[in-house]
Design a binder for this molecule. Structure first.
Ligand code: HMG
Ligand code: MG
Length: 298
């Protein structure tokens, strides 16, 4: 049977907007985060403390974190690739920090400029500091289903990084399809392999929708007991270091699926549709959520 309730982590303000050609102002990002908080998300990825030379769109993260209205019960997360990022996240009062590695050596080099082993060594101090400061710690694993540079990624490579993230003390671990190539049975195989290394209830699925498979992969994940999913309002996003990858699965579409299945999310879909229309208007284009556009047209 499927889980009765899921946690949806809204990643649009980070994964979505990090990939926009035009930088979105801190004021617009702040309003987006606040609209999403009001919709009821228990977790919003709101910031990324990375090098502004690498990802200029995230340079205003501290401003955004200072300006948002924090809703009790919402965890605001920030990406932190190293101690410099951690210090910034701590100063901005993030509730959760995210260390992000990869199951692919080639992608690790392109994305964070170091090998997998070097990244884990770098994350050790971040993990320790997170514990000392009582922040939640999440680990994200890119290219768990395929890599734009090396192609296939073996199950054991994913399992190895899951184990390392577990040993660093991660509270939650994301299995990410960075380039949206996974299909349903493969998704189940990877999730089940990850679950041999880390408790299933704290494993999340992070699916980009490049090949239109994300909802099928989410359903396949539900079938094997995964109950945390990442999505982006209006399907915003991509990854600056994964050329051609499109956005995350749209939050509106995931909510429509979950609510149709009778699975509790705690999130108000209408308010998410409004937030999607808000950000799409700012970006000057139609949103890419099918459910969002259908509900808007009603
Ligand atoms: P590096 O060049 O190896 O780092 O970059 P460095 O330590 O040698 O520092 C070089 C410069 O960067 C220095 O500045 C540092 O101060 C600065 P300079 O002296 O040249 O003026 N710097 C920083 N500035 C601000 N904040 C920091 C920071 N760290 C160093 N935290 C580094 C290594 C990791 C920093 C770099 O490669 C980087 O920023 N990469 C970012 C990659 C990124 O953000 N990718 C997108 C997010 S991951 C993703 O989207 C995938 C995910 O969604 C899951 C999925 O779908 O797969 C999570
Ligand atoms: Mg991503």
């Amino acid at each position: 049977s499927l889980p009765g309730k899921v946690k949806i982590v809204e990643v649009g303000p980070r994964d979505g907007l990090q990939n926009e050609k035009e930088s979105v102002s801190a004021a617009v990002k702040t309003e987006l985060v606040d609209r999403l908080s009001r919709a009821g998300f228990a977790n919003i990825e709101a910031a990324s403390f990375v090098s502004p030379k690498w990802v200029p769109q995230m340079a205003t993260s501290a401003e955004v974190m200072a300006a948002i209205t924090r809703r009790a019960g919402t965890v605001y997360s920030a990406l932190t690739p190293n101690m410099q990022g951690f210090e910034a996240a701590l100063a901005s009062r993030a509730d959760e920090v995210v260390i992000f590695g990869s199951a692919s050596e080639a992608f690790s080099q392109r994305n964070i400029n170091c090998s997998i082993a070097e990244s884990i060594a770098r994350f050790e101090s971040v993990a320790k500091a997170a514990k000392q400061n009582r922040l939640r710690l999440r680990g994200s694993i890119s290219c768990a289903f395929g890599c734009p540079y090396q192609g296939e990624v073996p199950l054991d490579a994913v399992a190895d990084v899951v184990g390392r993230m577990r040993d660093l003390g991660c509270d939650e671990i994301d299995i990410a399809d960075t380039i949206g190539v996974a299909t349903a049975r493969q998704t189940q195989a990877v999730m089940l392999r990850a679950a041999r290394e880390f408790r299933l209830e704290s494993i999340s699925g992070h699916f980009h929708d490049t090949y239109g498979q994300a909802l099928a992969n989410i359903y396949a994940s539900l079938e094997v007991g995964v109950s945390i999913f990442h999505s982006s309002v209006s399907g915003l996003g991509g990854c600056p270091y994964a050329k051609g990858a499109t956005g995350n699965v749209a939050t509106e579409d995931v909510l429509y699926l979950m609510h149709g299945l009778g699975i509790e999310t705690g999130i108000n879909l209408d308010l998410v549709v409004d937030a999607g229309q808000f950000i799409s208007a700012h970006l000057g284009r139609k949103g890419s959520s099918r459910a969002g556009n259908a509900l808007e047209a009603k």
